[in-house]
Design a protein around this ligand. Structure first.
Ligand SMILES: Nc1ncnc2c1ncn2[C@@H]1O[C@H](COP(=O)(O)OP(=O)(O)OP(=O)(O)O)[C@@H](O)[C@H]1O
Ligand SMILES: [Mg+2]
Length: 577
């Protein structure tokens, strides 16, 4: 509860004024029947004068106006409070997700994070709004109407002592059955969302594999399960309204029967009976609203729990203890000291084992190895996308954990294997690497990445809009844009993770030579599948099954490293000796 108060505090005024207005409205609502009954009673007794009837009417109009104003006020403040509450919550949840390490993100699925930040927060917003409008109003109306009814005719109010407990009992039974079924509905909504998310994100893959039928089936299954669970929850809840109506009718009937007799016997004025009947419906109606509140609070609680999980997820990678938080990466020297790492902390096998590697500044280093050998994992440790379980990664002789994450990542430019562009112009996307880049910076980065020619061939040039993360450029063009974006950061350490795999060999050679000439002051790490991509590097690292099996130049490795030989000969026509 304490953690939610943070989101209420700035809007405390609305959180107080909203329910306050609703209380005023309730008071008006219970006074109204009383005023009417006075007029009826006076009329019935022949005591109604023009003055007293005008006065009664005037009072009723005044009450109606006050009720209307407070009703509008309550709705207004309720909406303002809940919308602001949700907006702040959404902002914090989003900022929290931005802080997540890769390991945190691995834990939640993207689909689930999207559902939590949108759907679940909206559920809470609606709940807060409803609470502000009804949490005081319904119980308030229940109590006030009960008091009024008892004060009018205690003998008649005895009827409630019978009907209310009976009604609560039946509603209780319905809710008990409904609760668990609604919890199941939320779960099914989640899995439906995940299915939709996965399919829509990868709709191109689905189409190219002609898997629409399969995906349709998968969706239909999720949809059917949701339908069934919703149906089963609803099939319990549909009894709610009829049960309440029955009790409402029975109570009314009993009041008319007993009250009618009292009126006939002269024990009760007719106006009081009419007021009493209004209180009957107010009491039963507020009971219904209270049960509705309980119902939706169970759904909101489920959502609250899911949002809390996002907010309270411990970010396992922070720079709070950084010793040199102002230090920038200056030389670009990298060292791995006895580094071991695994993704699943419970697993007994390491993905990287006992890595010892020194990369001098300004050198060009190639990393090669079969798929799954740990190349991407290895370079992820340099910019602290993950932290090693054992050993240390040093940049310029300082543990990467001792840099501020911002400074470290400013100094290390990575073109990730799974890369993405954002919707916007090409220029915007490149400037993403460096907001303050000048026109010339952008052109030179594009030219070093061999992207300038194709960009200029577009009608709009650098103003060409990239659709949905770059679907309107080719795979090789996209890779070159990603490289240009990283180059704009002018990083001391530049890492290309398989970033030229879709670029033809001639263009790739041009990129390599541009790097050699233009990026003399950066350390360059190039992960590649093609030997030609790394052949001319100052140093090549061969990774196999998470271990380094060889370090050396192309010629050295060709003589000494069996795995390197195998890769080399499999990619050339020459036969091994
Ligand atoms: N986010 C992750 N969570 C769990 N396991 C992972 C994750 N990323 C990679 N792995 C596992 O770690 C091992 C090394 O993967 P890595 O991506 O480093 O290989 P790679 O050498 O880059 O392969 P490729 O050449 O195919 O890109 C693989 O067995 C892979 O299944
Ligand atoms: Mg990889």
């Amino acid at each position: 509860m304490k953690s939610w108060y943070k989101y209420i505090k700035p809007y405390k005024k609305y959180f107080i004024l909203g329910p306050l207005c609703m209380i005023v409205e309730v008071i008006g609502e219970v006074i109204m029947p009383k005023l009417l009954s006075i007029i009826i009673n006076q009329g019935n007794a022949g005591e109604l004068t023009v003055a007293s009837s005008l006065m009664g009417m005037g009072l009723m109009i005044l009450t109606a106006i006050i009720m209307m104003l407070s009703g509008v006020g309550g709705a207004y403040y309720g909406a303002k409070a809940s919308v602001n509450f949700a907006a702040d919550l959404r902002r914090d949840a989003f900022e929290q997700v931005q802080k997540y390490s890769f390991a945190n993100i691995d834990k939640f699925s993207t689909g689930s994070l999207v559902t939590r930040l949108t759907n679940d927060i909206t559920q809470m917003q609606n709940f807060v709004n409803m609470m502000l409008r009804l949490a005081l109003r319904s119980p308030g109306m229940l109590i006030a109407a009960l008091i009024m009814a008892v004060s009018i005719k205690p003998d008649l109010a005895v009827i409630f002592a019978v009907t209310i407990p009976l009604m609560l009992l039946s509603i209780g039974l319905i809710i008990k059955k409904g609760f668990s079924r609604f919890a199941l509905v939320q779960k099914k909504v989640d899995s439906l969302n995940s299915t939709v998310q996965e399919n829509v994100t990868n709709v191109r893959v689905v189409k190219s594999f002609v898997r629409e039928d399969f995906e349709n089936d998968k969706f239909q299954t999720a949809n059917k399960e949701l339908k069934q669970s919703a149906y089963s929850a609803v099939s319990v809840m549909i009894f709610m309204a009829p049960v309440i109506t029955i009790f409402m009718n029975l109570t009314t009937l009993a009041v008319i029967w007993f009250g009618g007799n009292m009126v006939v016997a002269g024990n009760m004025p007719i106006g009081d009976l009419s007021a009493f009947l209004t209180y009957v419906s107010q009491i039963l109606f507020s009971l219904m609203m209270i049960t509705m509140l309980l119902m939706s609070s169970s759904r909101a609680l489920a959502s609250a729990k899911r949002i809390k999980e996002v907010l309270e997820e411990k970010v396992d990678l922070t720079d709070d203890n950084a010793t040199y938080s102002n230090k920038l990466v200056e030389k670009g020297e990298i060292e791995f000291k006895d580094v071991s790492f695994k993704y699943y902390k419970t697993s007994s096998e390491y993905v990287l084992e006992n890595i010892n590697l020194r990369i001098p500044s300004n050198s060009t280093v190639g990393i090669i190895g079969s798929t799954g050998s740990g190349k991407t994992t290895l370079i992820s440790l340099i910019s602290r996308l993950y932290d090693p379980d054992m050993g240390q990664v040093l940049v310029d002789g300082i543990d990467v954990k001792d840099y501020s994450i911002t400074n470290l990542r400013e100094g290390v430019g990575v073109v990730l294997q799974k890369n993405a562009l954002f919707s916007g112009t090409i220029g915007d996307n490149l400037r993403w690497g460096n907001e303050n880049a000048t026109e010339d910076d952008i052109k030179s980065a594009a030219s070093n990445a061999q992207a300038d020619k194709f960009i200029e061939s577009f009608n709009e040039g650098y103003d060409t809009i990239l659709e949905q993360g770059g679907t309107n450029v080719s795979g090789g063009q996209k890779q070159r844009l990603c490289i240009a974006r990283a180059l704009l950061k002018k990083p001391k350490i530049l890492i290309l993770d398989d970033s030229t795999s879709a670029v033809d060999t001639a263009t790739e050679a041009q990129i390599r030579s541009a790097f050699k000439n233009e990026l003399k002051d950066s350390t360059k790490i190039i992960i590649a599948q093609r030997i030609t991509s790394v052949m001319n590097a100052d140093m090549i690292v061969v990774l196999s099954d998470g271990k380094i099996t060889g370090i050396g130049t192309h010629d050295e490795l060709l003589k000494t490293n069996q795995e390197y030989q195998e890769i080399y000969y499999s990619q050339t026509d020459k036969k091994g000796a």
